[in-house]
Design a protein around this ligand. Structure first.
Ligand code: ATP
Ligand code: MG
Length: 489
């Protein structure tokens, strides 16, 4: 892969892990910064000069974002949830689920709000995908949900609903295991054979008895629960599920307070978990085990529905962006107007600043300012409007200095300009701060590469190295082409 392209991929990744949204923004910005630098480099300006000015410009821009950011701290819960919903809706509007953004934004906000507000651990939000139904059939469970595991005969006789059940979590096999596969037993007296068979049965019955004696009504195990155990539990009004996926079991334990046991000897009551309601419920073609109203830890599960697998996958990715954004907004509680408004304002601010600089720095900072306009321009292009027209309107508005003019951005519905703050097109300020910082760093990195030496002969059509015929290593590979910028100095 081209090294410059690789660094762009890296910043997108870092944006994704740092903030969770704005990956497109950061790549577009970096691309535009590089495009703006290119004429200078071709004119023989030393890259270090550009780098210095760009870093300065990024710093100024980030300071400006911070000063423009509006805090949503200190509002009451309902109002805050409403504000967070707006942020989630802005994130979702460019996605496949954009048509139902209000519905999903609410779901994301509810999901984040149901977490422990100090930790806000996104791993406590489970996402389950069930094919079939429409998007709107998706729902949020205030607890843990997972697909019914494989079950044996007798399972249907087990109760499927409990109020405040005791939950026992195991990492133990509850299956009658004949040892004949992996052990050799030599008997001199055929009568002893029955004793060995009985011993095997006793071991398993002993385990099952202890499970029931612990008082548990729901028994979950990461390992198999066999047919004998299933029937045994069914006869005693106990629900069981074997081969529960590890992540599900962990969430159940965190949510209900159960502690995973590797043996059933001495299970004390404090090792059992509980929740308000347990039930098994049909969702589409699947059955789900739901644990609602869990006391120990705050967790929730989104059950996503949709007609096609790819669609549900894309919906899950988009919701992940929105969840991250809501989390960031809860933590940082500062937002800026989106739709290109903040970018136009930063651009204006930097141009004004540049005017006060004597020397080449003025050009570079102006170039940086111009590059920031790429965000509203791209939004115009994507929504099918004339970018030049809209950008001129925006520049004029931002320069006017009227009250609130700093909040004007693109109206994707009409192609005009609107106060995006008033229109609730909001983004957490962190998205912009991180995007500008990362894009600037990537640009500086590419600029500071003196030259790139390529050896086309050693590269196959797909960019993979190929071996010279006959295996003769040719050292420098003939006249290796010199790519890169070929700067005049
Ligand atoms: N309703 C809207 N009107 C105007 N602009 C909007 C609207 N909704 C979102 N935007 C803008 O769209 C941009 C975000 O687009 P998008 O979500 O496609 O990219 P991203 O967040 O940079 O990357 P990704 O979501 O792929 O990680 C932001 O600048 C945001 O302000
Ligand atoms: Mg986005």
């Amino acid at each position: 892969m081209h090294p410059a392209a690789k660094s762009l991929v890296d910043i997108a990744r870092s944006q994704d892990s740092e903030v969770g949204d704005g990956t497109t923004t950061v790549v577009i910005l970096a691309g535009e910064f590089l495009r703006e630098c290119k004429p200078f480099v071709e004119d023989g300006v030393h890259p270090q000069n550009i780098i210095k000015s760009f870093r300065e410009a990024a710093r100024l821009a980030i300071d400006k974002v911070k000063s423009l950011a509006v805090s949503i701290e200190g509002k009451d819960a309902a109002e805050k949830a409403e504000l967070l919903k707006k942020c989630a809706m802005t994130t979702l509007s460019s996605k496949l689920v954009g048509g139902e953004k209000e519905f999903f934004a609410k779901m994301c906000v509810d999901a984040v709000m149901s977490l422990d507000q100090d930790l806000l651990d996104p791993r406590m939000i489970g996402v389950k995908k069930v094919m079939g139904g429409s998007m709107r059939d998706s729902f949020l469970v205030d607890g843990v949900a997972f697909k019914k595991t494989f079950s044996y005969a007798g399972f249907e006789q087990q109760p499927k609903y409990f109020d405040e059940p005791k939950v026992l979590a195991l990492n133990l096999e509850l299956e009658l295991k004949s040892e004949k596969d992996n052990a050799e037993v030599r008997l001199s007296d055929p009568g002893k054979y029955q004793e060995i068979v009985d011993a095997e049965w006793n071991i398993i019955y002993d385990k099952l008895e202890k499970c029931v004696a612990s008082g548990a009504q729901i028994i979950l195990s990461r390992l198999a629960i066999g047919d004998l155990a299933t029937q045994y539990f069914a006869d005693r009004g106990v629900f069981c599920a074997g081969r529960v996926a590890e992540e599900d079991l962990i969430r159940v334990t965190k949510a209900t307070g159960a502690k995973v046991q590797t043996t059933v000897n001495d299970v004390t009551p404090d090792q059992l978990g509980t929740c308000a309601v347990f039930e098994e419920k049909q969702v589409g073609n699947e059955r789900f085990n739901l644990f609602r109203g869990c006391p120990a830890s705050k967790t929730c599960t989104m059950v996503l529905r949709g007609g096609a697998e790819q669609f549900i996958e894309e919906a899950a990715r988009s919701l992940n962006d929105a969840i991250e954004i809501v989390r960031r907004a809860v933590k940082n509680a500062a937002i800026v107007p989106g739709g290109g408004a903040i970018d136009m304002e930063l651009s204006r601010h930097l141009r004004e600043h540049a005017r006060g600089i004597a020397g080449k720095g003025q050009l570079f900072i102006n170039a940086f300012a111009k590059a920031l306009e790429v965000i509203p321009r791209q939004l115009c292009d994507n929504s099918g409007f004339d970018a030049t027209d809209v950008l001129n309107k925006l520049r004029q508005k931002h320069a006017s200095g009227d009250a609130g003019s700093t909040n004007f951005g693109l109206d994707v519905n009409s192609g005009g300009i609107i106060d995006t703050y008033e229109a609730f097109i909001w983004e957490p300020s962190l998205v912009k701060i991180n995007a500008i910082g990362a894009a600037c760093e990537a640009t500086c990195l590419v600029l500071s590469i003196d030259e790139t030496v390529r050896n086309p002969r050693s590269e196959g059509a797909d960019g993979q190295p190929i071996h010279a015929p006959g295996g003769r290593g040719r050292g420098r590979g003939g006249r290796g082409g010199r790519g890169g910028r070929g700067m005049r100095r």
